[in-house]
Design a protein around this ligand. Structure first.
Ligand code: SF4
Length: 386
């Protein structure tokens, strides 16, 4: 039986953060939430025939948005619908993202756990209340401490904490203190993202009005990145992807499936899927999503069939995100060609420039190369497109 992952998008938040460009809605009426979940259940059930008997579910990721913003019942029912519809492996990794001030009491966390969720990803982002307010987060540090303690008391033994850095004029010491706090919690996994500010976000407008040149902050961003990498590694967290760190045995299987270009099905508004070398994109309009599901139980707006060239590009880009890099044997097996021969020129000059390293089994970004990851990745794509 083949393995596959599921992603479920819950597009509701208490309040829209100023830097957010995910598909999520604030202040939505209960009636819309109710309709959305009914549609989601229908969309999931419609996949029963396609997946059953052929696939077992290896990982599930309930993301958003803020999945713990909606009443816990919706998530319990969602898990029930998934379990009734598919063959979910007994040891499947099942993650739910949660915000500290959503439904996050010990009782709520126990209910998520009983529903089958076994990994919680908590958004701390910063331990500095001043910065949290400036970037429009609706929680404070104290909320996080309660939510983390509640998740532990409910028995979650696999918790990720999200951090973001790279805000303009960010207090670096406060960030370093936050890293220290995260280590103290003893959480199993940390995602530390460098801010990528979309032009459509309110914070981008604020920065522009204040005349900030975002490139000026690059060095501070790199300093914070280096700090978080060093501090986490010294404390038993292995960096296994550009922004992700885990204690041994706790790397996120779901995200590894993305980086290893494995198949997954996405449900909900704006969700993507990857199956049989094609990417499927659901509509990003919630009204359209509800309408489409009502008519034919599917909200796919676009399908992109990837040719071999594009498959190679994705394999290389995603592979280079992993610290261990691209697995050469896997490339050769998938594409029936020789990676080291296909890219001998690029490998030679990127190695000469000390941006890439290889041991004939894997090819990975050097420490310096990680700071120029996008540039290195583009080198491989440029060749493919010629
Ligand atoms: S909680 Fe997450 S998804 Fe919701 S607005 Fe903030 S950043 Fe966006």
């Amino acid at each position: 039986m083949k393995k596959i992952s599921l992603y479920i998008h819950i597009p509701f938040c208490k309040k829209k953060c100023f830097y957010c460009d995910f598909v999520s809605y604030e202040g939505v009426e209960e009636m819309v939430i109710e309709k959305y979940f009914q549609a989601l259940y229908e969309e999931i059930r419609a996949y029963r025939t396609l997946l059953n008997g052929n696939y077992s579910i290896e990982t599930i990721f309930i993301g958003g948005g803020t999945p713990n913003y909606v009443d816990v019942e919706y998530i319990e029912k969602l898990m029930q619908v998934i379990n009734d519809s598919f063959d979910v492996q007994a040891d499947a990794e099942i993650t739910m993202e949660a915000n500290p001030n959503g439904h996050a009491t010990e009782e709520d966390m126990s209910r998520y756990k009983r529903a089958g969720i076994n990994r919680i990803s908590l958004g701390l982002q910063s331990a500095d209340d001043k910065l949290l307010a400036e970037i429009g987060r609706s929680h404070c540090f104290e909320d996080f401490r309660h939510a983390f303690a509640a998740a532990r008391s409910a028995g979650f033994d696999n918790i990720n904490i999200d951090l973001i850095f790279g805000f303009f004029e960010q207090d670096q010491q406060a960030f370093y203190d936050a890293v220290g706090y995260v280590i103290e919690t003893g959480c199993e996994h940390v995602s530390a993202y460098s801010l990528k500010l979309g032009e459509e976000t309110p914070l981008y407008e604020v920065y522009m009005e204040r005349g900030f040149d975002l490139d000026d902050e690059d060095w501070a961003d790199r300093q914070m990145h280096q700090y978080v990498c060093d501090a986490l590694q010294k404390n038993g967290y292995m960096q296994y992807e550009l922004s992700n760190f885990a204690k041994e045995g706790y790397a996120c299987k779901h995200n590894l499936n993305y980086w290893n270009i494995q198949e997954y099905i996405g449900f909900g508004v704006a969700a993507h899927s990857y199956k049989d070398h094609a990417r499927f994109f659901n509509t990003s309009s919630i009204e359209q999503y509800l309408e489409d599901i009502k008519i034919n139980a599917s909200a796919i707006e676009e399908i992109e069939q990837l040719d071999v060239q594009k498959q190679k590009e994705e394999f290389i880009i995603m592979g280079l995100r992993k610290i261990k890099g691209i697995e050469i044997d896997e490339y050769n097996r998938r594409f029936g060609s020789d990676f080291l021969a296909d890219y001998s020129k690029e490998i030679a000059y990127l190695t000469e420039a000390k941006l890439l390293e290889n041991d004939k089994k894997n090819v990975w970004l050097s420490e310096e190369g990680r700071d120029f990851a996008n540039i290195v990745m583009m080198e491989f794509i440029a060749e493919i497109n010629y």
